[in-house]
Design a protein around this ligand. Sequence first.
Ligand SMILES: Nc1ncnc2c1ncn2[C@@H]1O[C@H](COP(=O)(O)OP(=O)(O)OP(=O)(O)O)[C@@H](O)[C@H]1O
Length: 449
Amino acid sequence: MSKVLVIDDEMPILESLEMFLSEKGYDVRTAASAAAGMAAFKSFAPDVVILDIRLPDSSGFEVLDGFNMSAEPPKVIMITAFHDMEAAITSMKRGAYDYIHKPLDADEIENAVEKAVRATEAERAAPASLDPVDATLDDVIIGKSKAILDVFKTMGILCQNDATALIQGETGTGKELIARVIHKNSKNQAEPFITLDCSAVVETLLESELFGHEKGAFTGAAQTKMGQIELAGRGTLFLDEIGELPLGIQGKLLGFLERREYLRVGGQFPQRAHCRILAATHRDLNQMVRDGQFRRDLFFRLNVIPLSVPPLRERLEDIPDLTHHFLNIIRRSMNKSHLRLQESAVAALMRHQWPGNVRELKNVITAAAIRSRSHVVLRESVDAVLAQQHTAADTIDTSPDLSSLEHQHILRVLRSVGWNRTHAARLLGISLPTLRSKIRKFGIDPSET
Ligand SMILES: Nc1ncnc2c1ncn2[C@@H]1O[C@H](COP(=O)(O)OP(=O)(O)OP(=O)(O)O)[C@@H](O)[C@H]1O
């Protein structure tokens, strides 16, 4: 039988909670002060404590700190009479499991206690030994599926030479990560790796961004400026979203790839370049060639060694390893070395279709971990994040408020592209800076997944 301790100085609350929770099958003790609460904690060893923030002899926060210093801290549900933002934030920051305000709602209390008990049980059921956090979490590509092993093979070839390559795959499949890893394993690894997102720069500035410009080349060109090709030195220039390159610049890029020479905007003397070009796109460049939107000759010139990254739904068997990897990253960034995922949650992750691919998986695990107030990310937290995503994608909002519709729609599009702002801006038909300002305006956050 799970044990619950209630600490509150209001007798009616103590009595009603004792009766209510006993009826629900819990072993309940009560205490009317901080001192009595600490004494009961030591003798009774509760699984869950319901703790009022205002107590006659001390603050509930100090009692909470005391519990958290014990060898086996209980799950603490803080309660307060005030709708107080600061108290709620302080409680969660100081390690409370949940926060509820008065007047107490029976269902809310029951749900919170049940969830806290389940979290405790999951923690006890989890293996005692922890996997050490891997030192190499950055720039590693996780996966053992046949599909990803094929990608590794092509990468191996690309690491031995400096051939141009085109990396194709849906949004969030890891194209930039792959480019970075190729660079890190190539002979010029000490040289720069520079990313230029072709869709994020307005057409008029793209040429100068790529090739640089001479002083006075156009209004506002007060100084000679190096382009990304020059800045990359003997390293790698990663051209992301190459499918968005305007046709005029496609011709100039082709000329550069063939001669390894280029002119700065407004320049007369060709510059020699040494960097390697890796390009990526989520679009079907073959189709774009057929539609006359992408130059055939440039496509063949880029696609010397094609590398196609399969969507996550075609390599679901990689999900357990990816999940483990992202959990390690979260452990490190949240400083929670004990964090782990309930085993049944992985099964739930393997049933999802992942339109936003690996980026979406990473976001879902992060959101579930942030929501979980225990060392174990419960399956129900993962389900809740996935369900929320699903609902947001499917529900037709009937709200008459235009601004909230805009907020919802932007959120929905961002989710559908795995939070890739560039793609979202394109789908929404607005510029990237406009999208950024709307994200700020509506306070949109990836943890809202
Ligand atoms: N196989 C993998 N192993 C580990 N992390 C991965 C893997 N694939 C993707 N990621 C992670 O997922 C996120 C998205 O990856 P990345 O930005 O490389 O995708 P992308 O295909 O370039 O996306 P986009 O087309 O939207 O630009 C990154 O945080 C990346 O580190």
